[in-house]
Design a protein around this ligand. Structure first.
Ligand code: NAG
Ligand code: NAG
Ligand code: NAG
Ligand code: NAG
Ligand code: NAG
Ligand code: NAG
Ligand code: NAG
Ligand code: NAG
Ligand code: CU
Length: 596
């Protein structure tokens, strides 16, 4: 819900803002030096055509056809800690190549992407997940420690190689404990066919709730037996747009320097701008808007949708939206607020509203001008995303009307005998075994797993349906790896069996199931989705709220185990385990939470 207040106290005197190097290190995101983005990468031009040939957004089934480009894009990431003040409050941030937010991965649809990851951290493992990609050819490079690999040990290097098998906007992030909330995240842009034209691609707009404490300290509180600490742990201190926002230093401690300033964007009058909005936060559901500008949504997650207009966009953690914003032709105002507000009814924050400035060109704008634009009215208080009624996938796909298997999963929360608050899926909380990844075990023929590995065997089902009953007061952005879910239904109580839009249901990789309302009365909220069993592997299905995943809200679907036994898993995966075994024999590994 918009607070409707402009940040006179915290955004005063933009001209005394900290330099970008002190807020975001080597990152240029959100500054006037940020790049714009092409329609596709031209390093492999085809005569008069596109790298994806004649594939189109409306005419090509993305899950069946991936263009062959023969190109590999190479990236090199070094992960380390650095002292930064993204909002003016100094803390240790985990940076990639010295940047927060991290560097962009760009590729054309169908390219291969190779990323060499050096773990330069002193005592934390890591692993990087390439959010939303299907990994149909390389199921072992999904980047989840204890599921597809062992953590990358400090001082060691691991190279991922995978196909850009879908196109649009996404992000990469650490999947080791709550580490991405400490800064290990960046954009992933995959160029593909466009169904809506635009003039300028302004690229990623990260919206991230922000915490002044290190993720390890937060996770310690999340897992503590002190209910007060558990409740306070997930309350964010601020909200950032492209890694930057001011903070009222009178409210806080010695670590507060001065105004960090806010991010800046430039629109050209009358032109259409593409923005790639990414909720890369730890917990906060966000309402994104640009004052006095309407936006047209053209894709959700990696799925192009029939364009629809909105003023306020709702994104749960890990969700993305590609939007087109047409700038006014002859505006009397020369700058407007961009806003993103954490929905505090489900996700608490001490400073829920982030702002950035949209300037009108031409010419280099003055960043000292404070906009006086007015926010869109937004009185929604429900903890929901864009829902299943309006967004319609552009390329229609009807899932199997009768799935081969159906699973029911209850989400509950409770304390175990020692008083730790744990999240449960079907009465079982997840706990990682960093030294024994599930995919490797399954490919070696294991079919009995530790109960806390939360493995659900989908057998050889060509399609399976999952009914998720959320019996907790919290809303959960539920993410499925290796697939886009067909979201068949959402509602309150018990599902009545009716499928919405059976001929073309919503597809996306993350969907927000609202909290049971009113809390604790048992009136659960449900959502129902279906998966095509076309991707042999061990695929996590989990809440993307970092602190809920820490508390075990995580299961793994073992899909087509007969084929899993035949996967040709490269030796490098086993090597991560040899290196991690060696590391964990010689060092104490802080295993505070579930590990993912
Ligand atoms: C697409 O391109 C292929 C070869 O590049 C060609 O054989 C095919 O006819 C084209 N399809 C359409 C619908 O234009
Ligand atoms: C629980 O945590 C709160 C907040 O940190 C603290 O004030 C309180 O003393 C703690 N209670 C116990 C029993 O440790
Ligand atoms: C733009 O607005 C100004 C002032 O309102 C007016 O003088 C001018 O003619 C307008 N230009 C166009 C192209 O509409
Ligand atoms: C928001 O306010 C408008 C106008 O006051 C009202 O019509 C609408 O029902 C409200 N919506 C919600 C979700 O409260
Ligand atoms: C969850 O538990 C219910 C009730 O015991 C059972 O019917 C269902 O199959 C279980 N779901 C999974 C995915 O194991
Ligand atoms: C409760 O959960 C915590 C965190 O997973 C764990 O450390 C503890 O051993 C569990 N207690 C019992 C009795 O299982
Ligand atoms: C979870 O456990 C409780 C208590 O043991 C039991 O009543 C309930 O049926 C179980 N639920 C599922 C889904 O297995
Ligand atoms: C094992 O770990 C030690 C200490 O971390 C390191 O010096 C050594 O090189 C490692 N050996 C191998 C084979 O990775
Ligand atoms: Cu959750």
């Amino acid at each position: 819900m918009h607070l409707g207040k402009v940040f006179n106290t915290v955004v005063t005197a933009l001209n005394v803002a900290l330099p970008q190097s002190q807020t975001n290190g080597a990152s240029k995101w959100g500054s006037l030096e940020a790049p714009t983005f092409p329609k596709f990468l031209r390093s492999n031009p085809l005569p008069g055509g596109y790298p994806w040939g004649n594939c189109t957004a409306s005419g090509t089934n993305q899950y069946k056809e991936v263009p062959y480009t023969g190109v590999t894009r190479h990236y090199d990431f070094t992960i380390s800690r650095k002292t930064l003040a993204p909002d003016g409050v100094t803390r240790s941030v985990i940076v990639v190549n010295g940047q927060f937010p991290g560097p962009a991965i760009e590729a054309n649809w169908g390219d291969w992407i190779e990323v060499k990851v050096h773990n330069g951290l002193d005592y934390e493992g890591t692993a990087i997940h390439w959010h939303g990609l299907l990994q149909k050819e390389t199921q072992w490079y999904d980047g989840v420690p204890s599921v597809t690999q062992c953590p990358i040990a400090p001082g060691t290097t691991f190279t991922y190689r995978f196909r850009a098998d879908l196109y649009g906007s996404s992000w990469w992030h650490a999947h080791y404990s709550g580490q991405y909330a400490g800064g290990v995240l960046g954009p992933m842009i995959i160029y593909g066919p466009n169904h809506v034209d635009y003039d300028t691609d302004l690229g990623p707009v990260f919206i991230t709730d922000w915490y002044h404490r290190d993720y390890l300290d937060i996770v310690e509180d999340v897992m503590s037996t002190n209910a007060t600490k558990v409740r306070a742990a997930g309350v964010s201190d601020n909200n950032l747009i492209n890694g930057r926002m001011s903070f009222d230093c009178t409210k806080t401690d010695k670590n507060c320097k001065k105004n960090a300033g806010v991010s800046n964007f430039v629109f050209q009058p009358g032109k259409k701008h593409r923005l790639r909005i990414i909720n890369a936060g730890a917990e906060g559901l966000q309402h994104f808007s640009i004052d006095e500008h309407e936006m047209t949504v053209i894709a959700l997650d990696f799925v192009p949708v029939e364009p629809y207009k909105t003023n306020v966009l709702k994104l749960g953690i890990a969700q993305r939206a590609d939007i087109i914003v047409e700038a006014k032709r002859n505006s009397t105002r020369k700058s407007f607020w961009m806003r993103s507000v954490i929905e505090t009814d489900c996700t608490p924050s001490n400073q829920p509203e982030a702002v950035a400035v949209v300037h009108y060109g031409p010419g280099r704008p003055s960043t000292t001008i404070m906009p006086s634009s007015q926010p869109w009215p937004d009185n929604s208080t429900a903890c929901v995303d864009e829902g299943i009624d309006v967004p319609r996938p552009l390329y229609p796909i009807a899932p199997a009307p009768v799935p081969e298997k159906t699973f029911t999963i209850d989400i509950t929360v409770g304390q175990n005998e020692t008083g730790h608050t744990l999240w449960m899926m079907n009465n079982s909380t997840f706990r990682a075994d960093f030294n024994d990844p599930l995919l490797l075990a399954a490919s070696n023929g294991r079919d009995k797993f530790d109960p806390n590995s939360n493995v659900i065997d989908a057998g050889q089902a060509k399609s399976f349906r999952v009914i998720v009953n959320n019996r907790t007061p919290a809303s959960h952005p539920m993410h499925f790896h290796g697939h886009n879910m067909y979201v068949l239904a959402q509602g309150s109580g018990e599902w009545d069996g009716v499928v919405k839009n059976a001929h073309n249901p919503l597809r996306r990789d993350t969907f927000v199931v609202p909290g049971a309302l009113p809390p604790n009365t048992g009136a659960n909220q449900y959502f129902v989705f279906q998966i095509d069993g076309d991707n042999p592997g061990t695929w996590p299905f989990h809440c993307h709220i970092a602190w809920h995943a820490s508390g075990g809200l995580f299961v793994n679907f073992l899909e087509r185990k007969n084929e899993v036994a035949n996967l040709n898993i490269p030796y490098t995966i086993k090597q991560t385990c040899d290196q991690w075994d060696n590391w964990s024999r010689n060092h104490v590994v802080p295993t505070i939470d579930s590990g993912v």
